[in-house]
Design a protein around this ligand. Structure first.
Ligand SMILES: Cc1cc2nc3c(=O)[nH]c(=O)nc-3n(C[C@H](O)[C@H](O)[C@H](O)COP(=O)(O)O)c2cc1C
Length: 276
């Protein structure tokens, strides 16, 4: 069975061919799109041909789910989108009540729309759902920190603080989302985590990247094993989360000015001046 098919109602606009990342959708003399035999194995399964087709007449044999139209009426205006992105802050004060599994599933559902190299979608999640479990993992992490697993003096202090009952590792968070990828993959897990954090911000779930934990886990097989990372896998990163016990920040953060080098040619427009 052919992977790509086009219905008789095709308006021969050629959009499916123009958006095809692999360039395998060709347009015949009759302007109808087709994929030549042998080219189908180059398909990344990204589904852009079907998603962009204005008439809904393209189909892919591996797409068997319902077709869900984008509800563009819900698309945020630029200012709303910028407010969401710019107002995100790390949350380090959490209520004891955990975020429900339904809400976490909703965040993961959004994170799965993140882009991945060659559309491989390699990210696997481990969600620690209880403070009790996180404390167990934190205890192992603290032990590894104290024994100098990362070779950083500050980390040794963090381990000692844990033992005094001061959680500098997970900041008292009740839950943790860890993104795990095959050890040949680099960016995909971090992008998925960034989507997770922004979706959480929209829903009022508090997040903070767990950098100390990640650093230790990458050095300690015992800590890695505690969240089920296998030998041929990599912990791309993790984020602690929970219901915030602080209100939303009143002010936007102050950040450094944009650090940008404009590579221009004599015919380029003059770059804008940096914001002060
Ligand atoms: C990769 C990464 C690792 C981080 N690790 C930690 C961490 O282990 N503990 C912590 O309290 N905050 C951690 N943070 C949060 C940063 O401290 C925070 O993003 C930064 O201070 C800016 O503040 P904001 O997130 O509120 O805007 C981490 C952030 C990133 C991006």
């Amino acid at each position: 069975m052919a992977v790509f098919a086009v219905g008789s109602d095709c308006v021969t606009c050629g959009l499916c061919s123009r958006v095809c990342v692999s360039g395998i959708i060709k347009v015949g003399p009759d302007k109808r799109p087709f994929v030549a035999e042998g080219d189908e194995k180059k398909c990344l399964r990204c589904g852009q041909c079907v998603a962009f087709c204005p008439k809904g007449c393209c189909s892919l044999s591996f797409q068997t789910g319902p077709r869900v139209a984008v509800d563009w009426s819900k698309f945020p205006d630029p200012a709303s989108a910028e407010t969401l992105l710019r107002s995100r802050r790390s949350v380090r004060n959490f209520k004891k009540t955990p975020v429900s599994m339904e809400t976490v599933s909703r965040l993961l559902e959004t994170a799965r729309y993140a882009p991945t190299a060659s559309n491989r979608q390699p990210v696997r999640w481990v969600i620690v759902m209880t403070r009790e479990k996180l404390e167990e993992i934190g205890g192992l992490t603290a032990r590894a920190l104290k024994s100098g697993a990362t070779g950083r003096k500050w980390d040794e202090w963090v381990g000692a603080e844990w033992e005094k009952g001061h959680d500098v590792i997970f900041r008292g968070a009740p839950q943790l989302a860890a993104a795990i990828v095959p050890n040949t993959v680099t960016e995909d897990g971090a992008i998925a985590l960034a989507h997770f954090e922004l979706a959480a911000h929209a829903l009022g779930v508090g997040c903070c990247w767990a950098g100390i934990f990640n650093r230790v886990a990458r050095k300690s097989p015992e800590v890695l094993a505690s969240i089920g990372v296998k030998e041929d896998e990599l912990l791309a990163g993790s984020i602690m989360f929970g219901n915030p016990d602080v209100p939303r920040a009143r002010l936007l953060p102050e950040r450094n000015p944009v650090n940008v080098t404009w590579l221009i040619t004599p015919t380029s427009p003059t770059p804008p001046r940096a914001a002060s």
